[in-house]
Write a protein that binds this ligand. Structure first.
Ligand code: MN
Ligand code: MN
Length: 358
């Protein structure tokens, strides 16, 4: 008997069959995104062989050095989706303004927002990178799209996903009915459903944070990490492990497979910045996936997906992962705000580094 394998194409068409009246636009768009992801995966995988590594010698709108692969990936995402007729416009980390579909093309009903290459500062070190995307409904497909059409909170997302270019290339997807994971079968050039219904364990023993920013953290985050570091003899009564890849897609996938919590909190390093990660094309799609897998995603003070966006490239704090840990960190923020901070040993914060051995 032939082994039954479900490709992404079949998965999306079957999903449309379950929704009578659907037009096929959505599966068409998703499969175009999947094609873009396969092309980017190929470029990332060939790396130096195709001269794709290194800096492009320019900066993006956010003052970050663009890598050649940032620009290649952006061009691939635009080129593989703009012709489909399913989009009204798109927005990307690598483009300052929105990109309406060319006037010559048919205008569709969806908006596509993406980070073409997440984690790209790590690309030359051959650390896993990925592509993040979010699909929104165009509020008024009859008119020329404007930035305001994109400024919808994360709860309005129709679909979110990310690709991970790791040892395997994977595609993780949600349309609001759980999270499914696909692995790219390079022999047949198709994504195959390998990880149906991913669930994040509610409790965990791993945290991920850039500890070099410790001195800039706010008290609730310092309290949480201090308690984790105190281990079995501290208030948590158990030992924790630490992980830090500095690649949001890789951190998220690890948490999807074995739980954990990831923090890029607000800090005082650059007070003008509310956080490091971008709401529209990093935090919202990743939060949608994490929540659909049973986890939590918060700024510390509110649910990420309920933040009303004010700009395409807006940044927010991001705390995500195992539900009970995220709830605990939110509680620490509330307790601090209300002056009832139950910090177990405040003197530790002032007298020594978290990482110095006593
Ligand atoms: Mn990114
Ligand atoms: Mn990027």
């Amino acid at each position: 008997m032939r082994e039954e394998r479900k490709t992404l194409t079949r998965y999306t068409i079957e999903a449309e069959h379950r929704h009578p009246g659907s037009t096929g636009d959505f599966s068409g768009l998703l499969n175009a995104v999947a094609t873009a992801v396969k092309i980017i995966s190929n470029q990332v995988g060939r790396g130096a062989l195709v001269g794709a590594l290194g800096s492009a010698g320019v900066q993006n709108i956010q003052g970050e050095v663009q890598k050649k692969l940032d620009l290649i990936s952006n061009e691939v995402m635009v080129g593989e989706t703009e012709w489909t007729g399913h989009l009204a416009a798109m927005a990307s980390e690598e483009m300052e303004g929105i990109y309406p579909v060319p006037a010559t093309g048919q205008r569709g009903k969806y908006l596509l927002v993406f980070d073409p290459l997440d984690g790209s500062s790590n690309i030359d070190a051959n650390i896993s990178v990925g592509t993040i995307f979010s699909i929104l409904r165009s509020p008024d497909p009859a008119v020329q799209p404007v930035v305001e059409h994109f400024l919808q909170p994360g709860v309005a997302q129709v679909c979110a996903g990310f690709a991970l270019y790791g040892a395997s290339t994977m595609l993780i997807l949600t349309t609001g009915d759980g999270v499914d994971g696909f692995t790219l079968d390079r022999d047949i050039g198709a994504f195959v459903l390998t990880h149906p219904k991913l669930r994040i364990p509610e409790d965990c023993g791993e945290f991920a944070i850039n500890a070099s920013n410790e001195r800039f953290w706010e008290p609730p985050v310092r309290r949480y990490i201090q308690e984790c570091l105190a281990g079995g003899t501290g208030p948590r009564g158990r030992d924790f492990n630490m992980r830090w890849i500095a690649s949001l897609v890789a951190e998220t996938y690890r948490i999807l497979t074995r739980g954990g919590v990831f923090l890029y909190p607000r800090d005082s390093k650059e007070p003008a910045m509310a956080g490091r990660l971008r709401l529209m094309y990093e935090c919202n799609p990743i939060s949608f996936i994490v929540e659909q897998a049973g986890g939590g995603a918060s700024t510390g003070r509110e649910r990420v997906m309920e933040v009303q966006p004010t700009g395409l490239h807006q940044r927010v704090p991001l705390i995500l992962g195992s539900r009970n840990e995220v709830l605990r960190i939110e509680r620490y923020h509330r307790e601090q705000a209300s002056g009832h901070d139950q910090t177990f040993d405040d003197s530790l914060f002032n007298s020594r580094s978290l990482f110095r051995i006593p």
